[in-house]
Design a protein around this ligand. Structure first.
Ligand code: GTP
Ligand code: SPV
Ligand code: MN
Length: 585
């Protein structure tokens, strides 16, 4: 029975059911009793595997299809009326044409299955900044994942006014990669995802809604939907300052968001708080500062590389009521992945479900295997996590994986230059999306796969935000991934990144000087605290060098990238690029 009288909702659900033809419609109420029942059904169908109740209470295991393990950017579409509004970085098709094609794929796709109706909120239900969605899905994995990643419950129906909700239709269909589509209709607040069962393609509240659709809402309503972590840094005086960080997929957001200060910092009283690890919605506040909320309720984190040493808070978060996808399944009903420890298990199954020999040289976990964990489990979750107003942001850091060009840190000269710094972000590609790993690609603001409209209009929107923010955060670029000639990382990363964030926050409060360079302001080496980091002053000096020749090549690369945007490229960004080039001469 429908759990709402809202006719916009019931009519829409009925129409989708008529198309997909499920055997049954199940209205999700968010209760633990119902979720337990659905997990039970998942165990019976094999969609879920129960894990060791003693060691991993409430945890389940899930495998996605072997050809369905990452976001599919080539099959992700923005279907607005005019092609030029999607821009050169998005795939586009006319909405009517796309809908006609999708109808053929969805027709009868849920036969023999149940269709679940999931009411969810991005943000705190009933708060002024919350937005609501309803996802229809034939996947039990999606139901249990959405219950972790978002706020699911019948109170969402009461909060929805009329037709003000994002409509999401997902079907696994046949999991046919040739008919896999992740489609957004920003003008109709609609998302359609079909033939995939992988998180980023099917948990529609996340990238599809909270970034692609929300970026369009933010443009229209005067705010920003960003691919950013939100971190609170408490200094020995007890003051908490907040920083947002935009890094491309699998480039360190979850790790920075849950950072544990180096021992010497902890002894002095430093502490870090996690507000969000992937998405931030940023609004100018009445006090002229920029305020951030994390619209999510859980973490969908990269498993490989997560260990007691690198990110104990993430590991602790996933020890109960969590989902593990495409990792190694051990005979004792626990899990393992590369980089968890140095003891790969024997007698285990790999991410494909095959017996796995750790000596085979093949990884046991997929490089994009993930854990899905409730944010509340995180030992360092911020006391402000549920604050509907969010937290005031003092600094924004952009960053990516750059082996050579980008120094450890530099600060933009002002807001417009900061927007320029975000727009020229580049990173070596990771396993989070399909395609060749390692190639350098431009990924402006880490939003290349997630901006729901023309990227140049998005930059203009960023530039226009300046007028609304009397006290803007400082904008910096960081790079934890610089390597020596043998390919080894020069910077220890992880908890030691606080050493750099400390400098960034000091800059935000005018507490430290900087050196002016052609690319922006940089620290004097002695202003980065390296005591106990294992990094010597010489290495730090190296990490802070800017090679003019590399940067001249960089300028040429940026020019080529900017050329894609033609006349739409904001004049201010072109001027910033010209000014950078001039300073490099
Ligand atoms: P998405 O969830 O895809 O958006 O990724 P993310 O940006 O949250 O990346 P995450 O923190 O999960 O890190 C991805 C990978 O980068 C993991 O294997 C980490 O161990 C590694 N990593 C994170 N931070 C650092 C760092 O400071 N230095 C080095 N060398 N590696 C890091
Ligand atoms: C990313 O790829 O940036 C992720 C994982 O956070 S996914 O939800 O698959 O997009
Ligand atoms: Mn992400």
């Amino acid at each position: 029975m429908a759990l709402t009288n809202n006719k916009y909702i019931t009519d829409w659900v009925a129409a989708q059911a008529e198309l997909c033809k499920p055997d049954e419609i199940v209205w999700i109420d968010g209760s633990e009793a119902q979720l337990a029942e659905i997990r039970g059904e998942g165990f019976r169908t094999g969609e879920l595997i129960k894990l060791n109740e003693e060691i991993l209470p409430g945890c389940v295991y899930h495998r996605s299809a072997v050809n369905d393990v990452a976001r599919v950017e080539a099959r992700t579409f923005i279907c607005c009326e005019r092609e030029e509004d999607a821009g050169p970085t998005n795939n586009w098709m006319a909405p009517d044409k796309m809908k006609a094609m999708l109808r053929g794929i969805y027709d009868g796709a849920m036969r023999g299955r149940k269709m679940y109706v999931i009411p969810y909120a991005m943000g705190i239900v009933g708060s002024p900044f919350a937005k609501y969605g309803i996802e229809l899905t034939d996947s039990i994995y999606v139901v249990v994942s959405m219950a972790i990643m978002t706020r699911v419950g019948t109170d969402v129906y009461d909060a929805i006014q009329g037709d003000e909700f994002i409509k999401g239709l997902h079907s696994k269909a046949e999991l046919d990669a040739e008919k896999r589509y992740i489609v957004h209709f920003p003008q109709e607040n609609t998302i359609m995802s079909v033939n995939s069962g992988y998180g980023g393609n099917v948990l529609l509240g996340k990238k599809c809604f909270a970034l692609r659709i929300a970026s369009c809402l933010g443009r229209d309503e005067g705010w920003l939907a960003e691919h950013m972590l939100i971190l609170g840094v408490q200094n020995p005086a007890g003051e908490v300052r907040y920083v947002c960080g935009a890094f491309p997929s699998a480039c360190g957001k979850t790790n920075l968001a849950m950072l544990i200060p180096p021992e010497a910092y902890r002894e002095k009283g430093w502490k870090c708080w996690c507000v969000g690890d992937d998405i931030a919605w940023l609004r100018p506040g009445p006090d002229g500062r920029l305020w951030a909320v994390n619209p999510e309720n859980g973490f969908f984190g990269v498993a490989p590389g997560t260990s007691k040493k690198t990110n104990p808070n993430a590991l602790a978060s996933a020890m109960k009521n969590s989902i593990f996808t495409n990792v190694v399944l051990k005979p004792d009903g626990t899990v393992w992945w590369e980089g968890m420890d140095k003891n790969p298990p024997h007698g285990a199954l790999n991410w494909k479900g095959e017996p796995w020999d750790p000596e085979s040289g093949e990884p046991g976990a997929h490089p994009n295997s993930r854990f899905t964990a409730p944010a509340k489990n995180c030992p360092c979750i911020s006391p402000e996590f549920d604050n509907p107003a969010g937290v005031p942001i003092s600094a924004i850091v952009f960053g990516g994986r750059r082996a050579k060009t980008a120094p450890l840190v530099y600060q933009s000269r002002d807001w417009a230059h900061g927007v320029f710094v975000g727009s020229i972000m580049a990173s070596e590609k990771t396993a989070a999306a399909e395609g060749k790993v390692g190639e350098t690609r431009r990924d402006p603001m880490a939003m290349l796969p997630f901006c729901g409209y023309h990227m140049a209009d998005y930059w203009q929107h960023w530039l226009d935000m300046e007028a609304k923010i009397a006290h803007p955060p400082v904008i910096c670029n960081v790079n934890w991934f610089r390597t020596d000639d043998a390919g080894h990382f020069l910077w220890p990363g992880f908890g030691d990144n606080l050493r750099v964030i400390e400098w960034v926050l000091k800059r935000a409060f005018g507490e430290v000087d900087a050196v002016e360079t052609p690319i922006g302001y940089m620290p004097r080496p002695e202003d980065i605290d390296i005591e106990g980091s294992g990094v010597d002053l010489e290495t730090l000096r190296g990490l802070l060098t800017v090679d003019p020749d590399l940067w001249k090549t960089e300028v040429a690369g940026i020019r080529e990238f900017y050329a894609k945007f033609g006349d739409k490229l904001p004049a201010k960004l072109r001027a910033e690029l010209d000014a950078l080039e001039a300073r490099l001469q």
